[in-house]
Design a binder for this molecule. Structure first.
Ligand SMILES: NC(=O)c1ccc[n+]([C@@H]2O[C@H](COP(=O)([O-])OP(=O)(O)OC[C@H]3O[C@@H](n4cnc5c(N)ncnc54)[C@H](O)[C@@H]3O)[C@@H](O)[C@H]2O)c1
Length: 330
């Protein structure tokens, strides 16, 4: 039996990860979330029916909570964070407080345990996005050892990236000082069913369902990659279960897809699958600070655990559209 704690489990990655981990009948899950962003919807309620799942509604910025947690976990996936670009601008002070405090408390809790679990910390590609903004230079595909840069401390956008930057340092140096295994994962544009309503794919799908015409498109000649969530969480689990990631110094690993697509071509694919297109596109420039290309180098995860994305963009989009058709934005 393997006992696993997932923080921020009601969110996009947490729900897919929990579902994936439950396919191994040896796994027993404790899921924690304060429901700041995640919602107990039908998908999450389904998970709770499983006898190997325990859900705790709690705020991980409360130090008292850690005294109530079990002390015999084998693994911890720390996903809880204030996430979502709009929130970086609306309440950067909360992004800084919650993301940093929850990580420090998790690390301090692990430090005090006799049996120390292996930790997975989700950083972000945002932690290196500033390298491009500041120096107009970023290796593509981007490897893990790229410099992490905060371009402007006064711009609220960088509040989130800064918590991931400092977070990576905390995890690396706590794991070394207190000798526990850990992995840092940098997710690159995960998408799929139940992945919120304010990422590019759900937003495009919502506008297509609403038949908005002229149809606004920002940064139509930017390219991106999109990694299907069930593939992505399998990569996280493979890293956590591998003995190759048990050593010091710990590994930082990019997870993402490699087939780049123009935003305009992504949109055309969605029009095609859904079977509707507008008479006119309202093409607008990318939001300020947006990156022309974002492409992760995934050589490291391939070499470490043999992971690669398996789901084609077409198949992933079809399943994603199906989910959003049944669960439209309210
Ligand atoms: N989805 C992506 O493509 C992506 C990309 C880069 C990084 N990440 C990182 O991966 C992690 C998970 O991302 P996600 O997309 O599932 O985000 P999400 O916002 O869907 O999930 C985060 C969850 O954390 C919970 N939470 C927030 N504050 C909390 C607190 N104080 N106590 C307990 N729970 C709290 C929220 O309610 C939410 O359910 C985050 O750390 C995020 O920064 C995700």
């Amino acid at each position: 039996m393997k006992k696993i704690l997932i923080t921020g489990a009601v969110g996009a990655i947490g729900c897919h990860l929990s579902r994936h981990l439950l396919t191994d009948s040896e796994n027993q899950l404790v899921l924690v979330d304060n429901l700041q962003r995640g919602k107990i919807d039908n998908d999450f309620s389904e998970l709770l029916k499983n006898g190997r799942v325990k859900f705790i509604e709690a705020d991980l910025t409360e130090p008292e909570f850690y005294k109530t947690l079990d002390n015999d976990f084998d693994q911890v996936y720390h996903l809880a964070a204030v996430n979502g670009t709009k929130l970086f601008y609306q309440m950067p002070q909360e992004v800084l407080r919650v993301n940093t405090l929850t990580l420090i408390y998790i690390l301090e809790w692990i430090r005090g345990l006799v049996k120390k679990p292996k930790l997975c910390f989700t950083s972000s590609n945002e932690a290196y996005a500033g390298a491009l903004a500041s120096f107009n230079q970023l290796q593509i595909p981007t490897p893990e050892n790229v410099p992490l840069v905060i371009s402007d401390t006064y711009n609220a956008r960088w509040s989130y990236a800064s918590t991931k930057l400092i977070g990576e340092l905390f995890v690396i140096h706590y794991a070394k000082a207190y000798n526990f295994p850990a992995v840092i994962v940098r997710p690159h544009n995960f998408y799929g069913p139940r992945s919120g309503y304010d990422h590019v794919i759900p937003e495009f799908i919502d506008r297509i369902f609403k038949k908005i015409d002229p149809f606004p498109v920002f940064g139509s000649d930017d390219t991106r990659t999109f990694c299907y969530l069930p593939d992505a969480v399998r990569g996280m689990q493979m890293l956590m279960d591998s003995e190759k990631t048990n050593n010091q110094p710990i590994e930082t690993v990019h997870i993402g897809a490699t087939d780049e697509i123009l935003m305009l071509d992504l949109l055309k694919k969605l029009f095609n699958i859904i079977g509707w297109e507008p008479k006119k596109l309202d093409i607008q420039s990318s939001p300020a600070g947006s990156v022309k290309r974002r492409l992760a180098d995934i050589t490291k995860i391939k070499n470490l655990v043999g992971w690669e994305p398996e789901t084609s963009l077409d198949d992933g989009l079809k399943k994603t559209i199906e989910w959003y058709k049944n669960n439209p934005k309210k």
